[in-house]
Design a protein around this ligand. Structure first.
Ligand code: NAI
Length: 338
């Protein structure tokens, strides 16, 4: 029996959470879900986007499955996702992108893992305006990159490659321009690579890397990079395998881990019952792997892939004009779990 903090989130969050819980429970694994609020839902109930009971639950259970949360653009509260990553030092954001048969994308052979540093860089949240004459005349943002942070994430990526039978790690940077922040990342990349002679090492400049990912994604295996570059490249990778509706991510720290869909709360389709539940279901699959429930995780992976390949019970984002609802797709996946 595992205890997991469950955050149903905002927008389409509660709909896809319902679907993910059904699929996870269909594997036969027993989980005691501790449902907690965050984001807009928590602001409405507690006046706080990250209330103490949610933090306390995650601190106790050390594992969370989280649906997307709405973050106001510009003003308003800071991203709860970023706050959770920083509070629990969830320094590694791991996002697999593996081609799905049956999707309308030009690639069939993508199998890459993006490992993104999750707590530092430009997302450290150190920003301010510079005022003159009562007007914001400029804005400054500070990227913080520490030797320890670089070492932790790059070491995690190499160790992940070794543990998962992967062959190559690509360190992605912009050290030609950002000579300090990206330069330090590359320096540590070269240093850590020497500890892993069994894993091939290469480095790529981020802009060229984005182009190469689109031209021939199969050349990449594990990629490791700083926060902002990782945010962008992992979405690019999601696009290579069929879009955000399919891709999951894990936020891993030394003490705790949080699993989530890569996409947001999709307010444009919230409440319509047509959100694709795959990403959160695949986040559940990653969570089961983390909990040591490998067989159950494999069952979910196979069932999801079979349903998408058949293309009968998939939501309209995957098959325009489809009448299949979130719940129908979840039922089809449950039906394939053996
Ligand atoms: P979004 O990912 O919510 O939506 C982008 C587009 O993809 C929309 O057209 C949406 O309908 C579609 N989409 C997303 N997920 C889908 C799914 N499961 N099935 C079918 N279609 C799907 O990004 P957007 O609109 O930029 O952000 C909305 C809110 O979500 C914002 O408040 C943002 O801050 C938040 N957000 C939260 C994240 C998280 O909690 N991890 C991640 C990204 C955004």
């Amino acid at each position: 029996m595992h205890k997991v903090t469950l955050i149903p989130g905002d927008g389409i969050g509660p709909e896809i959470t319902e679907a993910a819980v059904r699929v996870i429970e269909a594997t036969g694994v027993t989980i005691e879900w501790d449902r907690q609020l965050a984001g807009m839902a928590a602001v409405e109930k507690y006046g706080d986007p990250l209330p103490e009971p949610t933090v306390a639950s995650f601190r106790t259970n050390k594992v969370a499955l989280k649906a997307p949360l709405t973050t106001p653009v510009g003003g308003g509260y800071r991203s709860v996702n970023v706050a959770l990553r920083q509070e629990f030092n969830l320094f590694a954001n791991v996002r697999p992108a593996l081609s799905f048969k049956g999707t309308q994308v030009p690639y069939t052979d993508v199998d890459l893992i993006t490992v993104r540093e999750n707590t530092e860089g430009l997302y450290a949240g150190i920003e301010h305006f510079i005022k003159a004459g009562g007007e914001n005349i400029a804005a400054e943002s500070i990227a913080v990159v520490t030797r320890e942070g670089c070492r932790n994430i790059i070491d995690y990526a190499f160790q992940y490659a070794r543990d998962n039978g992967r062959k190559k790690v690509t360190v992605v940077h912009k050290a030609n321009i950002l000579k300090c922040t990206s330069g330090l990342f590359l320096e540590i990349g070269r240093e850590v690579a020497e500890k892993y002679p069994d894993i091939e090492f290469e480095d790529r400049i981020v802009d060229a890397c984005a182009m190469l990912m689109v031209m021939k994604p199969s050349q990449f295996d594990v990629m490791v990079t700083t926060n902002l570059f990782g945010d962008i490249l992992s979405d690019l990778a999601a696009g290579l395998v069929g879009g955000l509706g399919l891709t999951a991510g894990a936020n891993i720290g030394k003490e705790a881990a949080m699993f989530e869909a890569v996409h947001g709360s999709a307010p444009d389709i919230a409440g319509k019952g047509i959100a694709n539940p795959t990403a959160l279901i695949m986040a559940g699959k990653m969570m089961l792997d983390h909990l040591g429930e490998r067989q159950a995780a494999t069952k979910i992976d196979r069932a999801v892939r079979a349903v998408i390949e058949e293309g009968q019970h998939v939501t309209p984002d995957l098959k325009p004009g489809s009448n299949c609802t979130t719940s129908d797709m979840a039922s089809a996946i449950v039906g394939k779990i053996v």
